[in-house]
Design a protein around this ligand. Structure first.
Ligand code: NAI
Ligand code: MG
Length: 477
């Protein structure tokens, strides 16, 4: 028996959770359910994150969490519970299978069967944002080697265990050569360890377009956080069954399983909601805890119910459906079909006894890190970069002014008068050819700039690693 934590959530949550748990019990899942309360009532009782200590303790102890959707109250001061749970528990992998069940659920792409594996913790979602000048705000995009290795290895292990043929990497490394470049580089490194799995790489914009138009091209897709957020909704939508989709959030210690949809307050309490999204999330959970036999039985019975045309109102179509049912009846129909296999939808068989091989991150051998200069960001209200340059050049010492850019476009030397400039100037100082510099040289520069009333709002040090530049050239192209 395995103990897991469940939360019935808000809106349709209790109805679809009851339906799901009934099916799991009838299928003989060896699970003890420990219920916690999260969501609306907890928020409204004055807890700004919608979850209390007792609930945290249960999740952290049981390590597996089946969660119904919750309602986040409107208004400032309420933090997203999903983001809080993902971040606090380090649930780094978001796994979302997007499959078509055509002709039983209409889709323009009958062959679609894609799994999106989205990095869940890093990228622009680190939430590090600053306003630096009157005109400019910034959000820091952070990608890390351990983060990239972890999610990419997870994607390959997933492909191996679920007998998928291909893993595609979606990035924008033609523009973001360092951040997305790292993701792509790690993808190529890890791919070498899985020679039996095909790979390809897509620039995110054309990749997303092809995913929407020809999803049959794709199998498993691995991608950084923001792209994954966007393409997982596109993929679920074009599969035709966003309402049937489940997702898993996996960490090194804990995992959370839930439907993709929300709490649907418009249909709550009416016994009409479709429990399939949560049920399919529960199937992912059963596999996660090693109860593959129960997972297969539930999934096959569910597929049989769908192909027999027993449908809830959200997917009911008079020409393809046979019987319109409510939440409770749908669950009953699935239970009646436990032990049966679907005839048209492919029946499932999950690998047994194989575990994801996800070794702990090992720090790499250090490369030689050399300080080469500094990008000094200055808040300056002028418009002519030549004037700013003539001010800045006075401060050349061990480091020399090399260029000025505005929003990444070079405006000095040899700028264009057409280039639009804001009050946010990046001024690059580098050491003279072949001359070593120290942090002290940069601090001296900042001191003299400040003495001259030039407002430094931030700096970024420029380093080489084993002789390779660790910073973009900043030509803006
Ligand atoms: P929603 O997904 O709850 O509803 C969108 C539409 O789909 C509604 O018309 C609804 O009736 C229908 N629908 C959703 N699930 C269904 C199901 N299982 N069966 C039949 N029809 C279904 O999205 P909405 O309306 O934007 O959000 C409602 C609430 O849910 C909000 O408070 C939102 O914050 C929350 N939410 C929670 C999530 C979570 O806990 N993971 C995820 C998304 C939204
Ligand atoms: Mg999203």
């Amino acid at each position: 028996m395995q103990k897991i934590t469940v939360a019935k959530g808000d809106g349709i949550g209790p109805e679809i959770m009851d339906a799901t748990l009934k099916i799991l019990n009838a299928a003989g899942a060896k699970i003890i359910f420990e219920e916690i309360e999260i969501g609306k009532n907890v928020y409204l009782s004055g807890n700004s994150s919608g979850i209390d200590t007792a609930a945290w303790n249960s999740i952290r102890q049981n390590k597996v969490f089946l969660k119904a959707p919750i309602t986040t109250p409107q208004g400032d001061g309420y933090k997203s519970l999903n983001v809080t749970i993902r971040k606090s528990l380090g649930l780094y992998a978001n796994v979302r299978p997007c499959k078509s069940f055509h002709p039983f659920v209409h889709s323009k792409h009958p062959e679609m069967d894609v799994v999106i594996i989205r990095e869940n913790e890093e990228d622009l979602y680190a939430g590090i944002e600053h306003q630096q000048t009157q005109e400019v705000v910034q959000c820091l995009k952070l990608l890390t080697r351990p983060g990239c290795e972890r999610i990419i290895r997870y994607a390959f292990e997933y492909a191996k265990i679920y007998k998928r043929k291909k893993v595609s990497c979606f990035v924008k490394d033609n523009i973001m050569k360092l951040t997305d470049g790292l993701f792509h580089k790690v993808f190529k490194e890890i791919a070498l360890e899985y020679p039996e799995i095909e790979t390809d790489t897509w620039i995110i914009d054309i990749g997303a377009a092809r995913l929407a138009d020809e999803p049959e091209l794709f199998d498993v897709i691995v991608t950084p956080n923001l792209y994954g957020d966007i393409i997982s909704d596109i993929a679920a939508q074009v599969s035709g069954s966003i309402g049937l989709a489940g997702s898993a959030n996996i960490g090194e210690e804990c995992a959370m399983f839930e439907a993709v949809h929300g709490s649907a307050p418009d249909i709550a309490g009416k016994n009409v909601a479709n429990p399939s999204g949560l049920l399919r999330a529960a199937v992912m959970m059963l596999i996660h805890i090693g109860q593959q036999d129960v997972a297969e039985e539930v999934k096959n019975a569910w597929s049989k119910t769908i192909e027999e045309g027993i449908h809830t109102q959200d997917i009911y179509k008079s020409n393809t459906s046979k019987k319109l049912v409510g939440t409770g009846e749908f669950a009953k129909a699935v239970i009646e079909r436990l032990g049966q296999k679907p005839e048209q939808i492919k029946s499932v068989e999950y690998s047994r006894g194989v575990k994801f091989n996800l070794p702990k991150y090992k720090r790499k051998e250090e490369r030689k890190k050399n300080l080469k200069g500094v990008d000094v960001f200055i808040d300056w209200k002028g418009t002519d970069a030549n004037i700013l340059a003539s001010e800045l050049i006075k401060h050349n010492s061990n480091v020399e002014l090399l260029m000025i850019t505005n929003r990444g476009v070079k405006v000095w030397p040899d700028g264009f008068s057409e280039t639009f400039c804001t009050d946010h100037w990046r001024c690059r100082y580098e050491a003279k050819e072949g001359q070593p510099i120290r942090t002290k040289d940069l601090l001296n520069l900042l001191n003299t700039l400040d003495d001259d009333n030039l407002e430094v709002i931030k700096t970024e040090n420029l380093y080489e690693f084993d002789g390779v530049k660790g910073y973009s050239l900043g030509q803006g192209q």
